[in-house]
Structure formats: structure tokens, C-alpha cells
Design a protein around this ligand. Structure first.
Ligand code: HDE
Length: 704
């Protein structure tokens, strides 16, 4: 019977830019390479290495008859496809990951034996994964959410995983509450929404009944949860850990990552619109930055303190709802991390990477923080169910880069082929089987522990409001207004009035003015009662290090500027603004009504990087609007152009305008202020673009 080809493989196509290669000529026999479209293509085979003669048709009787079960090629392909997804992480499912290195710049030899923290100049490979918490793997990049900040250091002494967040405290004090917290924040089980949002009843119900979460609530209602870029967030190990030196002495340590580009966040209205414009905003930003050689970089710093010093703190450092203010224990910068390589394959690396806080190396140990203690169990367990095998450490992204050997054997997907008779220890039959290393091997800190066995919470954990108050009072007035407004926004989505009231009651302990602003924003006539506080609220000195605005850097490095043009725009002005922005370190994109570009005043064509409707100003840190009079007239009929300038103004961004640009602003009812700069004053524009026009905010929206 004559073999019937599909239209695809029977049709001859002309080769050319954008046209598909001739499919017939892809057919190959054996393992031989075949020349096509200028490249060498290896044979397409089954997973058993058998070359396929036809990847377009399944095996059937008659061209229109039944498909045969015998078709092992079809079945292998479909079966593999059916199993492509693995269970996604129950939390932190959505993420961006990258390879890089950690370089030690100052030794901690006095405190630890860990070579990664003592060998100055040593570059340790890392794989870093930055995630949101609540949404599924396919959710968006920009919900109001904590960001996970997990770093796997492939040290010479084994893998060390520092699995932290971009916020230095956590919601709860005891691991036994974690499933409750996560069930409350995730989509509500009866309705399956909201995906990745805290603004709903079950979250605030749980929070309002969990006073220990109040400090974290202040952080998540701040713009920390709305980062401008993952390259502009801090990272924290959160818990206290221990370092152990060669004399066996231990010192407590908190770990910090500080972004080289400084901190920057977006504002809520901007975040919401970014989400519509680009659901992969953060992942794309990181991908683009690494591809352009603008490698994200962080300083690594530690806070070191002794048991004696800890005893003097006005809080308990084992309580993960507390931080140690930098003013109390200063940060010591000891290294830097650079992310310089995007993964080859998202699934193989970013999805399959398995972090466990229990992965530490000799010289690093745990504290008794009850949240950390629970995590030491949870992560290994989750990897077994997610990756499906105790051999997950053999997946390349998880495998140590130093030699590793033991007598563990077999299990699903065993990749290693151990040789010899011996798979136990001690043994006398093998001269070269792995043995213990008493001196240099891992030792836990030798600590005496005695006391009552019971389900008890330390008295020292009872103060839930003092640091929440300290955080709020440490913010600038703009940031305080954003926190109050975020609370109003979130609680306005809560259907149960008593939950809103209970929350405002808690706020009264944090700061009465905050409670009043939120109560007014929610339309309360009377102030709800404050719940009984388990411990008196202490006065703590404000810590400016807790601000975002205070840590924003005066730079355009890592930032983006959009230039809106249309037919008739002045090429010389565009060139001047583009050069000034690029010289200052920004990346620049030309936005025009058509992606093919615009015909400039001198008749030349300038290609666009983005089409206006798909490239709104929320994707930029500042914008320039360079238009001819006719261009301005045409764009004033264009909703996307009006939104472009209105949003740039509303999101407190600098705007450079020529005469045509001014005309568009007028049409959009955008006022003039210090952040709206003439294109003749390029230096003024660059200076304004490095920051946000905070004073403008009161004229563009009502904040709580
Ligand atoms: Fe996690 N957490 N967590 N967590 N967590 C997971 O492990 C858990 C906590 C954090 O990019 C899971 O591999 C418990 C604090 C990050 O792969 C799971 C408790 C902090 C990531 C888990 C906590 C974190 C996770 C889900 C309370 C900041 C993503 C998938 C005792 C210091 C790591 C996985 C990555 C992931 C459990 C609390 C950070 C289920 C039980 C506190 C950054 O094992």
C-alpha cells in the first residue's frame, strides 16, 4: 500500500527567512547526520536509541483506520509526555533560578571551620532560586507576596543550602502552625480562588487570630512584597544559626544578602498593571539582565553574637518573628554572590533543585528556633514526594560538586553503579570503602539541654507588637501611607466585618495612628477594642535600615527607560535622551504605535523595541515622550498613549517631554511638576529618573 504523507511532509517549501525547513529532508536512517537548513541534525530516536523513520504519523491500518497498540514509538512518546509534570512545590512553586558564584572577601576563621567562610578569594559555585510563596507554578510573578531566597552553595565540603526569604521575620513561631498558615493563605478550598493573594477571608481570619504574625504583617503590607526586580531585593536567612570554630566554640549568626543595585519596589497600582502587561515580569527581567551581562549581585553579610549578648536582647532571638536591628548588632560584609548563568533547562534545574535547611557543612549548625527545627524535617520529606526518590541528590543540579560516597544503595532511579561486595560499615573486606572522618567530619555544637518535656511556648516569645511598632515607626511617611493603604485594600476584600474589626484592634497595639487611618479607610464609625496583649509593648528605637526608600540607590543601573515616539518624531532628540540614559547605566527601549517603527522627521525609519499597546509605561522606571505636533495629535486619540503618560505620572516617574510630548500630557490632563522635565534638560531628566517623585503622590491618589 502506498504510504500517504501528511500535507506537512509531502509539501515542498521554499527555504527562506521565516519559512519552515523542508520536512521530508529531515528523515534520517540509522544514526547518520543529515544536512538541513545549514545545520547538522542528529538522528531523532526513541529513548532506547532506535532511530525514527517517521515522526509525523502513528502506526495504523489503512490511512483512515484504527491506530495499533503495537506502536511502541507513539506509546513511549505519549507516556513520557503524560508524566512531564511532577508535583509542584506546595509553597514557593513559582520561581526564577540562576547559576553563579559566591566569593568570600573576609574570613570568619575565628568563628567557624567551614571552608566556604574561611578561604578568602575562593569562588564557590551556587544555584539561587527566588520564588513567590502562595501561587502555583503557573501563577504570575507579581502578587503581593514574600519572596523566597534560596541559595545552594556547592562547597568543597558538601552542599550548604541557605533557604531564606526577602523578609527577615516570619508569620509564626512554631512549625506546627505552618500547614494552618499555608492553608489559610492559599486559594480557599471550596471555591479554588484567589490564586496567590492574601486579600481574602481565610488569610485574614487566621492572621487576626494569630497575634504573633503582626510583625510579619507590617512587612508584607509594605512595598517589600512588590519588588521592582528580583535583582533589587534583600535576602535573609531569618533564623539564628551557629558557627563552630576549631576549638568547638559556637557563636550565633544571622545571614543577610544585600543587593548591589540597592532596594527598589513598585507601588500597588503599578504592580497590578505590570501583572496585566507581563505576567513573567520578574523572570524576564532576570533572564534579560543575565543575557545582557548585567549580572545580578548581592553582598553577603553576617550578624554575629554570643549567648551572653543574646541574653541581653529585649527579645528572644530564637523567635523567628523577631529580627536583630542592625543598630544593635552591626552587619559585617564577608562576601558577594554574582548570578551569571541562566539554566540550560528550566525544568531540569529550577524545578528539580531541592533545597533543605538541613543541608549544612562542618562548622555551621542550627539554633533551637522551633520553626527552624520543624523545617529540618519538612524539606527532605517534601523532596521525596516531589522528586519521587531518595536519589534526588543525584540529579545534576542537586549533586555535590565534591566527592561523596556512602553505603546507601538502590531506590528509584538509581544512577550510580557502586562496585564491589561491601555496602556496610564497619567492614574488613574492602580496603577502600568510605569511612568516618572523626576530626574534620560534621559535628553538632555540644550543648547541654535539660528540662521539662511538654508542649510549651517560651515566655520570651510573648511580645508580639513591639517590633511591629518599631518597623512601622522606622518608615518614611510615604511608606507608612503605603502600609496603611495596603491594609485598607486587603481588609476591604474581607467579607466578614468582625475579622476587619479584630485586625484594626491589633493595629491599636502597633500604633494608634495606623489603627485610626485603617479604621477610617474601612469606614468604621467606632474604633474596635484592642485584644488583650500577652506582654506589654516596649519602646524600641527606630531603625532606618528597615526602610526601602532609604536603601534605594541613586543610580539608573539595572533600571529601564522607555521612549515613546511616532511618525514625525525628532531623531536628534531621541538620540540625545537615549545616549544620556544609556551612559547613566539604564537600558532603553523605543516604544511606537507599530513594532516596525516610526518614520522620523528626517525621513529615516527607527525600529521599535515594543508596540505601544503591549509596552505600557509600567514596564519602565522613567519615560520620555518625543513627538511631532502631528504625532501628538494622532496619539491623543490613542487610549494606550494616554495611559502611557498618565500611568507614568501616577506611578511617580520622571517624564521627559519635547513640545509634542507636552501636547500629549495636556490631552491626558497630566500636570506639570518637578518630575516633568524638558528634553533640552537631559541632566535634569536623568537626575529625576533615578528616584521617584514621592511628593507627587498626594496629588494623584488618596492614601490612608
Ligand atoms: Fe519553607 N518550605 N517552610 N520556609 N521555604 C518549602 O520545601 C516549610 C519557612 C522557603 O526555592 C518547601 O522544597 C515549613 C521559612 C523557601 O525550592 C516545604 C516551614 C522560610 C522555599 C517548606 C517553613 C522558608 C521553601 C516546599 C515552617 C524563610 C523554596 C518545597 C516550619 C526562612 C525553596 C520545598 C526553593 C519551600 C516547608 C517556613 C523559606 C514544604 C514546614 C521560615 C525559600 O518543605
Amino acid at each position: 500500500m502506498r504510504k500517504i504523507m501528511t500535507t506537512n511532509n509531502s509539501r515542498k517549501r521554499k527555504q527562506g527567512k521565516g519559512s519552515a525547513p523542508d520536512v521530508e529532508s529531515q528523515r534520517v536512517a540509522g544514526g547518520e547526520l543529515h544536512q538541513i537548513a545549514g545545520g547538522k541534525h542528529p538522528a531523532l530516536t526513541t529513548n532506547q536509541g532506535v532511530a525514527l523513520s517517521d515522526n509525523q504519523n502513528s502506526l495504523r491500518i489503512n490511512s483512515r483506520g484504527p491506530t495499533l497498540l503495537e506502536d511502541f514509538i507513539l506509546r513511549e512518546k505519549i507516556t513520557h509526555f503524560d508524566h512531564e509534570r511532577i508535583p509542584e512545590r506546595i509553597v514557593h512553586a513559582r520561581a526564577t533560578g540562576a547559576h553563579g558564584f559566591f566569593e568570600l572577601t573576609a574570613s570568619l576563621k575565628q568563628y567557624t571551620t567551614a571552608r566556604v567562610l574561611t578561604e578568602v578569594g575562593e569562588k564557590t559555585p551556587v544555584f539561587t532560586r527566588i520564588s513567590t510563596v502562595a501561587g502555583g507554578a503557573g501563577s504570575v510573578d507579581t502578587p503581593r507576596d514574600v519572596r523566597g531566597f534560596a541559595v545552594k552553595f556547592y562547597t568543597k565540603e558538601g552542599n550548604w543550602d541557605l533557604v531564606g526569604n526577602n523578609i527577615p521575620v516570619f508569620f509564626i513561631q512554631d512549625a506546627i502552625k505552618f500547614p494552618d498558615l499555608i492553608h489559610a493563605v492559599k486559594m480557599e478550598p471550596d471555591r479554588g480562588f484567589p490564586q496567590s493573594a492574601t486579600a481574602h477571608d481565610t488569610f485574614w481570619d487566621f492572621i487576626s487570630l494569630t497575634p504573633e504574625s503582626m510583625h510579619m504583617v507590617m512587612w508584607i503590607m509594605s512595598d517589600r512584597t512588590l519588588p521592582r526586580s528580583l535583582r533589587m531585593i534583600e535576602g535573609f536567612g531569618v533564623h539564628s544559626f551557629r558557627l563552630i570554630n576549631s576549638a568547638g566554640e559556637s557563636t550565633f549568626v544571622k545571614f543577610h544578602w544585600r543587593p548591589k543595585l540597592g532596594l527598589q519596589s513598585t507601588i500597588w497600582d503599578e504592580t497590578v498593571k505590570i501583572c496585566g502587561a507581563d505576567q513573567d515580569f520578574h523572570r524576564r527581567d532576570m533572564f534579560d539582565a543575565i543575557a545582557a551581562g548585567n549580572f545580578p549581585e548581592w553582598e553577603f553579610a553576617v550578624q554575629l553574637f554570643t549567648q551572653k549578648e543574646a541574653d541581653e536582647f529585649p527579645f528572644d532571638h530564637l523567635d523567628a518573628t523577631k529580627l536583630i536591628p542592625e543598630e544593635l548588632v552591626p552587619l559585617r560584609v564577608i562576601g558577594r554572590m554574582v548570578l551569571n548563568r541562566w539554566p540550560n533547562n528550566f525544568f531540569a534545574e529550577t524545578e528539580q533543585v531541592a533545597y533543605c535547611p538541613s543541608h549544612v557543612v562542618p562548622g555551621i549548625d542550627f539554633s533551637n528556633d522551633p520553626l527552624l527545627q520543624g523545617r529540618l524535617f519538612s524539606y527532605l520529606d517534601t523532596q521525596l514526594s516531589r522528586l519521587g526518590s531518595p536519589n534526588f541528590h543525584q540529579i545534576p543540579v542537586n549533586a555535590p560538586k565534591c566527592p561523596f560516597a556512602n553505603h546507601q544503595r538502590d531506590g528509584h532511579m538509581q544512577m550510580a553503579q557502586p562496585v564491589g561486595r561491601v555496602a556496610y560499615e564497619p567492614n574488613s573486606l574492602s580496603k577502600n570503602s568510605p569511612r568516618e572522618t572523626p576530626a574534620a567530619g560534621f559535628h553538632s555544637a555540644a550543648i547541654t539541654e535539660t528540662g521539662l518535656k511538654d508542649r510549651i511556648r517560651a515566655e520570651a516569645f510573648a511580645d508580639h507588637y513591639s517590633q511591629a511598632r518599631q518597623f512601622y515607626l522606622s518608615q518614611t511617611a510615604y511608606e507608612q501611607a503605603h502600609i496603611a493603604s495596603a491594609l485598607v485594600f486587603e481588609l476591604s476584600k474581607v467579607e466578614h466585618l468582625y475579622i476587619r474589626e479584630t485586625m484594626v484592634g491589633h493595629l491599636r497595639h502597633i500604633e494608634n495612628d495606623l489603627a485610626k487611618r485603617v479604621a477610617a479607610g474601612l469606614g468604621f464609625d467606632n474604633m474596635p477594642d484592642a485584644p488583650v496583649a500577652a506582654a506589654p509593648v516596649k519602646k524600641m528605637a527606630p531603625s532606618p535600615a528597615l526602610q526601602i526608600i532609604g536603601k534605594m540607590k541613586d543610580t539608573l543601573k539595572g533600571r529601564a527607560i522607555g521612549i515613546l515616539i511616532a511618525d514625525g518624531s525628532d531623531g536628534a532628540v531621541i538620540k540625545k535622551i537615549k545616549k544620556a540614559a544609556t551612559d547613566a547605566g539604564a537600558s532603553v527601549k523605543i516604544v511606537a504605535p507599530k513594532v516596525g517603527g516610526a518614520k522620523l522627521a528626517d525621513g529615516s525609519m527607527l525600529a521599535a523595541d515594543g508596540q505601544l499597546a503591549g509596552t505600557p509605561s509600567v514596564l519602565f522606571d522613567a519615560v520620555a515622550v518625543i513627538l511631532s505636533d502631528a504625532g501628538a495629535k494622532a496619539l491623543s486619540m490613542e487610549g494606550a498613549a494616554i495611559d502611557f503618560v498618565r500611568d507614568a505620572f501616577g506611578h511617580l516617574k520622571a517624564i521627559a517631554v519635547d513640545q509634542g510630548g507636552q501636547a500629549l500630557l495636556k490631552k491626558a490632563n497630566v500636570e506639570q511638576d518637578a518630575g516633568v522635565v524638558d528634553t533640552n534638560n537631559k541632566d535634569g531628566f536623568i537626575a529625576a529618573a533615578k528616584t521617584r517623585q514621592w511628593d507627587r503622590e498626594k496629588s494623584v491618589r488618596t492614601l490612608a
